[in-house]
Ligand binder design. Sequence first.
Ligand SMILES: Cc1cc2nc3c(=O)[nH]c(=O)nc-3n(C[C@H](O)[C@H](O)[C@H](O)COP(=O)(O)OP(=O)(O)OC[C@H]3O[C@@H](n4cnc5c(N)ncnc54)[C@H](O)[C@@H]3O)c2cc1C
Ligand code: FES
Length: 301
Amino acid sequence: MLAASHPPLVAAGGPPWRAEKPKEPAVYTAVMLVDVTAEVIANTPLSSAYNVLALQAPAIAAAAAPGQFVMVKATTSHDPLLRRPFSVFEVLRDRAGTPTGISLLNKRIGPSTELLYAAQPGQPVACLGPLGRPFTIVDPPTEALMVAGGVGLAPFAMLAETLRGHGVTTTLFYGARRASELFYLDFFRELGVSLVLTTEDGSMGEAGRIVAPLDRHLAARDPREPVMLYACGPEGMLAATANLAIRRGRPCQVSVERVMGCGMGGCYSCVVPMRGDDGVFHHVRACLAGPVLPGDQILWD
Ligand SMILES: Cc1cc2nc3c(=O)[nH]c(=O)nc-3n(C[C@H](O)[C@H](O)[C@H](O)COP(=O)(O)OP(=O)(O)OC[C@H]3O[C@@H](n4cnc5c(N)ncnc54)[C@H](O)[C@@H]3O)c2cc1C
Ligand code: FES
């Protein structure tokens, strides 16, 4: 276990999407950063590409906030060399409610995610976290609209639990390629989250992309009713959601995906171009200032 100066649970200067100058914050509330060898508790395949991996990591589970991530590696060999970032999907608890571990929603696309797909119970997995700036949680009467594309669902299980715990009316707009890639629908329904689903092939919900029903929903709402958008998914979906939020005058927190070499600010592989309220362009490291960033300040391609 190592204590470290760590990205904020509370950053100076107010909510991240309304920071005066969204530079990487200079003042952080110190929290414990934990590096453990976590044992695989269970590996549940969801499809031929997706699985949920449960890891025994009580200290990370106790410290994690919605939107934070862990750096993970499921082998002691040098191939792959570097750990990879994964959102904390669920915090696992024992019957007394004590955090015992975390789960990851994994989509296999390369060597590390392949190893996580194949991991066996009892296997050790190097796990460092929790890392990064979490989502800022709203309270009623503000409503929450979560927007997920594909594996971008990952941060929303924990976020939904937290929002519903605060009594926030919450809707999940969730898009995937096909019905067999829409996961955990009953989990969200049982939390009282309303679902709006789309699939690219029309096999469940509306055919097309998730931004279309989101646009209609925002257009139909009374602009005086406060809402907060939370988005995670492919960059095109994030850009479309952030631009839609700007057009509709709504705040939007996006969790950006970047290639991350270290997860701790050392390698600059994860920079995101942003514009401050003063109009000045600058880059932030997504692992420190994000992954949750104000959508209206990111410079989308
Ligand atoms: C904050 C954060 C949270 C994430 N959470 C999850 C999660 O919960 N579940 C999950 O399955 N994945 C998640 N990812 C993505 C995951 O880290 C990558 O899929 C992983 O690095 C792939 O590793 P690999 O060794 O299997 O494939 P690699 O060989 O590393 O990558 C395969 C291909 O994907 C590209 N790639 C890798 N990472 C990214 C990225 N972040 N954005 C765009 N392209 C990329 C590579 O350039 C390469 O072309 C997250 C990424 C970030 C930044
Ligand atoms: S991942 Fe290394 S600086 Fe962000």
